[in-house]
Ligand binder design. Structure first.
Ligand code: FAD
Ligand code: DLZ
Ligand code: SF4
Length: 513
């Protein structure tokens, strides 16, 4: 076979309709997939995430071969493996004698910047194609954002509803409202019938990958036990179908709820599939709309779910590419404490933190409110360096890729972009966690106590956080009730709260730096 084109597929480009393969001739093209140390090591990926990505890559290679493509697959343990994507493209060019390389643009600045230099380094033309697996292109987002004073998700989302026609009735939103959150956000109770995600037993390929990851990454964070993720598009679709039938109808109601020992509640657990291409975001949203039109799903659930994908997922991607590589280093609140060790060990008496971190270690999953209002909220209140927080989130979740993780962490969760993304910091005392979960009942700390040893650390850190950032945050209308309360307290009371917050940090082993 005379090879003309080498098509490189990255580990998160496992969509059959990927831009780099469009129009290619199987008779003159070779598709390259390469497991490389550089991608496995650039952050401390959870071991289940590594196993998921490698197994999905191997299954995708098999699917492409079955569809008639010539696939060149390099395994991580191949003794000739150069360890980098560029090195593997260079070796494949030498093996096949291809005259050009085609690749879909990578999902993060680090690789995009590296790929811009590939053509010169490899001595062949390298065609970089836009990743069009999203509702909005980078140019679409720029067109929406340009000239706006504030880039709020809600207005982007409404524009996307109009553009796509999703959940629209003529020019109006279905059900007469854009957003049904007023009906959502209920706490959950243990007597609810809890659906469970559909599970996939590891096949021989996944078993091989699990053994390889166990042997090669013995010290990495994360359990490999009980691996049930889908690793093919068909399995991912079957899991999504089960979610639509069993859990979606109550997704809206219990979206923000947390229960000890119930990691999944009514969540879909599909972000990992969407982000590597085993599921298509557009198909997922239209499928949910069809379930609502068929009368199988209430509007608050369908709208709430579609907003997460059509709204949040597209919006954070737009922000990521618009803000540029330095977004990762924003630190508007000047938070500098190192990440506490208990983010890795779960060795803490805070029951909410322990539950979320243990669950993360065991499953490589936590739902949005666990990420935002427990582990994220704690880091925000405690003044942890947002870059360290970012590296943790990028490592520990099976769905973590920088384009989606970074704005959620630096912007939404740590307010480190100074309010570009979030209209106020997601800072909350223990009362919020107590209302939305059953964690506090099993905690050594007292969620009703405001200060002093034994009081909930979220309470002890909350007011010092607001006092510390008063110059920046006092003018925020959404925080004015808190600052009015603070204004009623005399200087002595405020100083005592600040001293108690500092003592709390010392007791938790955090700072002074
Ligand atoms: P569901 O709750 O069932 O929601 C459905 C889908 O909506 C998700 O699969 C996801 O694709 C999308 N979605 C929901 N919320 C968001 C959001 N805020 N931003 C983007 N998409 C969203 N999501 C990731 O995909 N990768 C990440 O690395 C990631 N890091 C995060 C870090 C922090 C600090 C926070 C607060 C959130 C992060 N999220 C991330 C968003 C969200 O928490 C996850 O998408 C969600 O928990 C995945 O679980 P699920 O598939 O069960 O989602
Ligand atoms: C996440 C990941 C991992 C762990 N390993 C590989 C790999 O060995 N080869 C590969 O092509 N891609 C991998 N990926 C996905 C990439 O890291 C991802 O494409 C970039 O982070 C851009 O989103
Ligand atoms: Fe978390 Fe505080 Fe509740 Fe303990 S008391 S579980 S630390 S919110």
């Amino acid at each position: 076979m005379a090879v003309e084109t080498l098509i490189l597929l990255l580990g998160d480009q496992l969509s059959l309709d990927i831009a780099s393969m469009r129009g290619a001739d199987p008779a003159t093209s070779v598709v390259l997939l390469a497991e490389v140390a550089a991608e496995a090591d650039y952050v401390w990926h959870h071991r289940k995430k590594l196993a998921f990505v490698f197994s999905a890559m191997r299954h995708h290679a098999a699917a492409l071969r079955a569809a008639g493509w010539t696939v060149d697959y390099v395994e991580l343990d191949d003794p000739q493996n150069s360890g980098t994507l560029q090195g593997e493209v260079a070796r494949a060019l030498a093996r096949h004698g291809a005259a050009r390389v085609v690749v879909t643009e990578a999902g993060e600045w680090r690789l995009r910047e590296a790929m811009a230099g590939w053509s010169a380094a490899l001595g062949v033309p390298v065609e970089l194609r836009a990743d069009d697996r999203f509702f909005a292109s980078e140019a679409d987002f720029a067109a929406w954002a340009d000239g706006r004073k504030a880039l709020r998700m809600e207005y982007f989302y409404r524009a996307m509803r109009r553009t796509t026609g999703l959940l629209m009735e003529g020019g109006d939103p279905a059900g007469g409202r854009w957003n049904f959150d007023a009906e959502n956000r209920k706490p959950a109770s243990r007597d609810l019938l809890m659906p469970r995600p559909r599970r996939v037993a590891p096949d021989a390929i996944t078993a091989d990958v699990l053994a390889m990851v166990a042997a090669r990454f013995p010290d990495r964070f994360g359990s490999l036990d009980d691996f049930w993720f889908a690793v093919t598009a068909a399995e991912a679709e079957a899991q999504f179908d089960a979610f639509v039938a069993d859990a979606l109808p109550r997704f809206g109601d219990y979206q923000d709820a947390m229960l000890a020992g119930e990691p999944w509640l009514y969540h879909s657990v599909i972000a990992l599939y969407l982000n590597v291409g085993l599921l298509d975001a557009r198909a997922v949203c239209w499928r949910v709309e069809a379930a609502w039109r068929a009368g199988n799903v209430p509007i608050n659930a369908a709208e709430g779910f579609i907003r997460q994908i059509l709204g949040w997922r597209e919006y954070v991607r737009g922000i990521y590419w618009r803000e540029g590589p330095d977004y990762a280093r924003r630190n508007a609140l000047e938070a500098h404490h190192p990440l506490p060790d208990f983010y890795w060990s779960a060795d803490t008496h805070m029951a909410c933190m322990r539950a979320c971190i243990e669950q993360t270690r065991d499953t490589a999953y936590a739902h949005h409110i666990q990420r935002l209002m427990v582990t994220g909220n704690f880091a925000l209140l405690a003044g942890i360096d947002p870059h360290a927080v970012h590296l943790w989130y990028l490592a520990v979740y099976a769905d973590a890729y920088e384009w989606v993780e970074l704005p959620n962490t630096v912007g939404m969760s740590q307010f480190a972009d100074g309010g570009l993304l979030a209209s106020k910091p997601y800072a909350a005392s223990g009362a919020y966690i107590d209302r939305m979960s059953d964690y506090c009942a099993g905690c050594r700390y007292d969620v009703k106590a405001k200060a002093g040893a034994g009081a909930c650390p979220f309470n002890r850190l909350y007011w010092p956080f607001l006092i510390r950032h008063q110059p920046r945050l006092a003018g925020n209308p959404r925080l004015s009730p808190m600052y009015r309360t603070l204004a009623r307290w005399d200087a002595g009371r405020r100083a005592a709260l600040v001293a108690d917050g500092a003592e709390c940090l010392r007791e938790l082993g955090i700072g002074p730096d």
